[in-house]
Design a protein around this ligand. Structure first.
Ligand code: ADP
Ligand code: MG
Length: 255
C-alpha cells in the first residue's frame, strides 16, 4: 500500500538555542495517529527541548510545527492543548488534595446547564464525576476504585494514570509523555505502558520520551533517536536491537 498518511503532529527544522547552548539544531519529527513514537537520546540530547517546543512550553527560534497537516504557532501550552496536544510530565503533575474527577477537569471545569451554570457559575460536579469515571473505565484503569478519592491517597502509578487519563480525555489527538515511568516501580510502570498501548488503540498519536530501552522496545512503533541536538535517525524495534539503538544514541554507530 502506498497511501501517504498525514502526521497528526510533525515538525520541520526546529531550532532552539539557550544563549550559546544549542538545544535543538534543525530537528524533523513525525508522529502518526494510532502509533507510539518513542524519543530516545543521551542526557542533554535535546529530548525535553523537542517536547517543549511541540507542546508550547518553549517557542522555537526557527522551524515549523504542523498539526493535522496545518502549520501552527504555539506561544503557550494552552495553544497546543487547543490543537489537541496534551502533555504528561515526569513529575506527577496532579493536584494532590483534589479528587480524581477534579484533577481530570482541572482548568476546564464544566458548569451546570442553564442559568445555574451561566449566571450562578455552579459546577456540574455530578456530570464531571460521571464522565471522569467513564474516562478512567474506557482506559481500562481498574485500580482506581473511587473517582471521589483525593489523588494524594493514590499510589505513584495511579497518580500517573490519572495524569494520562487527563491527557487522553477531552478530544485530544496527540499525547506527549516525557519520562512518564521515571518515578515508578516495575508494576506501576507496566500499568502506564499498558495505558500507552490503550491510547494507541484508541487512535491517538503518542510521543514517548524514555530512558528505559526495554520499555521503548516494548511499546514503540518507531523510535526517533536524538543526539547532540539533532535527529540521528528513526528506527524501529524490528529494524534495530536495543544495543544497536544505544550505539546510534551514543554516536558509536550510524542509523
Ligand atoms: N532553559 C535552559 N537554559 C539553558 N540551557 C538549557 C535549557 N534547557 C535545556 N538546555 C540545554 O539544552 C540541551 C538539551 O537539553 P534537554 O532538551 O533538556 O536534553 P534531554 O532532555 O535530552 O536531556 C542541554 O545542553 C541543556 O543543558
Ligand atoms: Mg529531558
Amino acid at each position: 500500500m502506498t497511501t501517504t498518511r498525514t502526521p497528526v503532529l510533525a515538525a520541520r527544522g526546529l531550532v532552539k538555542t539557550f544563549g550559546r547552548v544549542v538545544g535543538l539544531d534543525g530537528v524533523d519529527v513525525d508522529a502518526y495517529a494510532g502509533e507510539v513514537l518513542a524519543v530516545i537520546g543521551d542526557n542533554g540530547a535535546g529530548k525535553s527541548t523537542l517536547i517543549k517546543c511541540l507542546t508550547g512550553a518553549l517557542i522555537p527560534d526557527a522551524g515549523t510545527i504542523i498539526a493535522d497537516g496545518a502549520e501552527v504557532t504555539f506561544r503557550r501550552p494552552q495553544d497546543a492543548r487547543d490543537a489537541g496536544i496534551e502533555t504528561v510530565y515526569q513529575t506527577l503533575a496532579v493536584a494532590p488534595a483534589l479528587d480524581v474527577a477534579s484533577n481530570l477537569y482541572l482548568g476546564r471545569e464544566e458548569r451546570r446547564p442553564g442559568l445555574l451554570g451561566s449566571v450562578f457559575r455552579m459546577l456540574d460536579k455530578q456530570g464531571m464525576r460521571r464522565r471522569a469515571a467513564e474516562a478512567v473505565r474506557d482506559l481500562g484503569i481498574t485500580t482506581i476504585q473511587n473517582i471521589a478519592q483525593p489523588v494524594e491517597s493514590l499510589s505513584g502509578g495511579q497518580r500517573q494514570a490519572v495524569a494520562v487519563a487527563r491527557a487522553a480525555a477531552f478530544g485530544s489527538r496527540t499525547v506527549v509523555l516525557d519520562e512518564p515511568t521515571a518515578a515508578l516501580g516495575v508494576k506501576e510502570s507496566n500499568q502506564v505502558l499498558a495505558l500507552i498501548e490503550r491510547l494507541r488503540e484508541n487512535g491517538l498519536g503518542v510521543i514517548l520520551v524514555s530512558h528505559n530501552m526495554p520499555h521503548v522496545w516494548q511499546v514503540a512503533d518507531r523510535i526517533h533517536v536524538q543526539r547532540l541536538g539533532r535527529s540521528a535517525g528513526v528506527i524501529t524495534p524490528q529494524s534495530h536491537t536495543m544495543a544497536e539503538g544505544v550505539a546510534i544514541m551514543t554516536g558509536a554507530a550510524a542509523a
